[in-house]
Design a protein around this ligand. Structure first.
Ligand code: ARG
Length: 466
């Protein structure tokens, strides 16, 4: 990157300036260090604009052809690493336009007719964020497939279900995996919604008020894959809702990633041993040879910090900004770029970890059977078979749990005699509901943990995900 060494006024807009900016002004003002990531979108936007100008008779066909070709040359220079980005030229828009003019001469200077960098950056950034929505949707689909495969393999494996991280009731592995499929499906639909809403083209809003040139905004919108042009030029150049929506959806998604990451950290510990993480997603310790640390899961647990930080930053940048464009808005990009990169990496890492993890079926089952996990089944049985009101059944069961706890045993280990000492009506049939397999099998309500219901949901998601 070249620094501005002289004090000459900016060649792109310096007509009224006698001297160039202070070096520190150049440093704070320039965005090329990061917005060069928008080069492909900038060139696509300019090509659409030039073609439209020619179609409208605002630009000659030969100038438009020269611009179109020249922009492709710029594109290949950038992609080939042969392009010299200049800080003096501030941003990607001026860098591309300046190089275009070097290549094609006069015609290059006509490209900026009927537009401004304000609508230019708005369209470039929208195109970029739209691509990121597509990437998030694709990444989430892969992640859902990974969870779905786990759910299918272990639709009837029994594990403890938790509330307060205390054993609550037995559930099935498949049911737990499908909970994440639901969460990531909501994330996916948030990106789909945001994408739909952002798919309007701000190009042609010009600086803020529209333009006196007879441009065709519907043509450029169509050429760039937008549904329609934006309807208000002031809103067009000052709106960054699309980035905020992307960041908000990303934050919720990263929160979901962090929740499963935390489960993996706990589940893979020596104390739990619910799952074994693959060597591919763990690291060793340089001093403790026995260690296998769940670093990827820990990092995924942390990544929301960055993404939410970016979200809060952009809200803070946009808050209280008067219409229309203010330079504050240049601060939108680094935050969004970093959040998007972090999210895509996180989705890929989680997909890999989930695909490669192995559930420890025996440990899961043993854990499910401990901690009085079928106490609710016992209470339900007392209601169903003995006609007790649920509150009384709850009390009887509580007394039995206390009795078992005192004896250092679990509920199914109590004798019938012991049970009858608490409620005389209890029969040997009760032992059937105290087994974890029977417990999960009985949870047949829609959305419940029964293997039958889980299999139905697996089938539904398989059909949906293809
Ligand atoms: N680099 C600027 C940004 O990212 C582009 C728009 C500049 N517009 C202007 N009038 N200075 O926001």
């Amino acid at each position: 990157m070249t620094q501005s060494k002289d004090t000459a006024a900016n060649t792109m807009w310096g007509g009224r300036f006698a001297s160039g900016p202070d070096a520190i002004m150049t440093a704070i003002n320039a965005s090329i260090g990061f917005d060069q990531r928008l080069y492909a979108q900038d060139i696509a936007g300019s090509r659409a604009h030039a073609a439209m100008l020619a179609a409208q008779g605002i630009l000659s066909d030969s100038d438009a052809a020269a611009i179109g070709e020249g922009l492709l040359t710029v594109l290949s220079e950038i992609e080939g690493g042969k392009f010299t980005f200049s800080t003096a030229l501030e941003d990607i828009h001026l860098n591309v336009e300046s190089r275009l003019t070097e290549i094609v001469g006069e015609a290059g200077k006509r490209l900026h007719t009927g537009r401004s960098r304000n609508d230019q950056v708005a369209v470039d950034f929208r195109l970029w964020v739209r691509d990121q929505c597509d990437a998030a949707i694709a990444g989430l689909t892969e992640l859902m497939r990974a969870f779905l495969a786990q759910a299918e393999a272990g639709a009837d494996w029994v594990m403890p279900g938790f509330t307060h991280l205390q054993t609550a009731q037995p559930v099935t592995w498949g049911h737990h995996m499908l909970a994440y499929v639901e969460m990531f499906a909501r994330d996916r639909s948030r990106f789909e919604d945001a994408r739909k809403r952002m798919n309007e083209c701000p190009l042609g809003a010009a600086a803020l008020a529209g333009t006196s040139f007879p441009i065709d905004r519907f043509a450029t919108a169509k050429a760039l894959g937008f549904d329609r042009p934006t309807a208000n030029s002031l809103d067009s150049v000052s709106d960054r809702d699309f980035a905020l929506e992307f960041l908000a959806a990303s934050s919720i998604c990263a929160m979901h990633l962090s929740r499963f990451a935390e489960e993996l950290v706990i589940w893979s510990s020596a104390q739990f041993r619910f799952v074994r993480l693959s060597d591919k997603w763990t690291t060793g310790s340089s001093i403790m040879p026995q260690k296998k640390n769940p670093d990827a899961a820990e990092l995924l647990r942390a990544k929301l910090g960055r993404i939410l930080g970016a979200t809060v930053a952009l809200f803070t940048i946009m808050k209280g900004l008067v219409l229309t464009y203010s330079k504050d808005m240049q601060e939108d990009k680094e935050q969004t770029f970093d959040a998007a990169d972090t999210l895509m990496l996180g989705l890929a890492a989680m997909t890999g970890m989930v695909s490669d993890m192995t559930a420890n079926r025996e440990v899961l089952r043993a854990a499910a059977a401990s901690g009085f996990s079928t106490a609710t089944d016992l209470a339900d049985w007392l209601v169903r078979r003995l006609g007790l009101p649920f509150r009384d059944a709850h009390h009887v069961t509580g007394t039995l749990v206390a009795m078992a706890e005192k004896a250092g045993i679990d509920l199914p280990d109590l004798t019938l005699q012991q049970m009858q000492s608490v409620h005389a009506g209890i029969t040997a049939e009760v032992f059937e509901v105290l087994g974890v397999e029977n417990s999960v099998r009985s949870r047949l309500s829609y959305g419940g943990t029964s293997p039958v219901r889980v299999a139905e949901q697996v089938a539904r998601w398989k059909a949906a995900l293809g």
